[in-house]
Design a protein around this ligand. Sequence first.
Ligand code: GTR
Length: 422
Amino acid sequence: MKKLNLILLLMCLPIVFTSAQEFGNRINEDESKVPQYTLPDVLMCNNGMKVKTVKEWESIRRLELLEIFSSQEYGRTPTEKMNVSYDVLSEDTNALNGKATRKQILFTFTNGKKNIEAILLLYMPNNVKGKAPVFIGYNFLGNQSVTEEKAVFASPSLHLVEGANSNVWTRGSQKNRWPIEMIIDRGYAVATMYYGDIYPDDKELRDHSIVSLFSDYDKYSIHHDEWNAIGAWAWGSSRVADYIINNESKIDSNRIALIGHSRQGKAALWAGAQDTRFKVVISNCSGCGGAALSKRVFGENIARITSSFPHWFCPAFNRYAGNESNMPFDQHELLALIAPRHLYVASAEEDIWADQKGEYLAAYYTKDVYKLYGMEGLDSPIPPAINQPIQNDVAYHIRTGIHDVTDFDWTQYLNYCDKYMR
Ligand code: GTR
């Protein structure tokens, strides 16, 4: 009998394994097939009490939600302080034909035994009297990819990337995503770092990430709330903020905007949820695990993202693969953690994979929290027309085109920051 049970169990196992994978392959991009779902009420506390005041939100519900996202999705950010030293590698007050001061700062993170290096590339406007506001954001292909300027160093961790000498990694290859001169002309500073310097985006390279410097590091940890790449990238944004706040007197510490595209949009939202020094948080095409509601199961779903990128989320998130209907939380609650600071969610018309409607709705359903603060969220559950931004305290646009960051996007972000960070 016992033997029979074992045989039956063994026969069932492949079904269990294939079904998670199957869910990942079963991608729905048809609005009429979105399942019926009920979103958790962002103001409802774990004990059933409904939040009515800012005080209750900040002292009870906000903390509960931070705990949910730490234990169920992104993993727990360590509280241990990491040693970091800064070396200014270069400073040019005459960059961009005299419009900007360009600095490159080497960050060396260390636990005494092992070091990890990252380079921050910072442009500050020369014509701003007083302190300038700043955009902080990661780039995808190294600092040398965001500009044609020859003096910009390649990012330190590029040697870990296979094929990093191919064309996509060349100087200026991503300059369209980083209209530095336009940002400077509008009176903003911009600071960018290669995200791979903080956590190389490969499940085999955990040993080269900042995660490996912490005292409780276990390469093979499958602990349910083990932090991973998105958690590390979010942590890294806060370290860039530390540097700027403590070392750059020409930048206004009270006017820091955090911007992230796609996987970095996910990380920006998580960073913005945890670190209140980010006064504006911008999610550009962040999709699944970012701004998009998981319960719509539209476009990329949890089964697919956790199997394609097993090193992004904490192990507990796998529980929801093909099981979104049982999630006790959803992404609108992550976005609500940014209140009362300013939140901008943006989508692209052709970026179906990121579920534009799900991105809009998550931003829309933050409204009750913004209302507690007397602020205006998005007014309608129906998204605006293409290229028609709404810039209330919570902002949204969907523009024509593909999954990318364009001048149109940046123009809207600059307008929004002019409105709320002045
Ligand atoms: C895709 C992934 C998305 C998004 C994107 C990106 O492959 O499915 O979740 O993060 O990458 O970061 O460009």
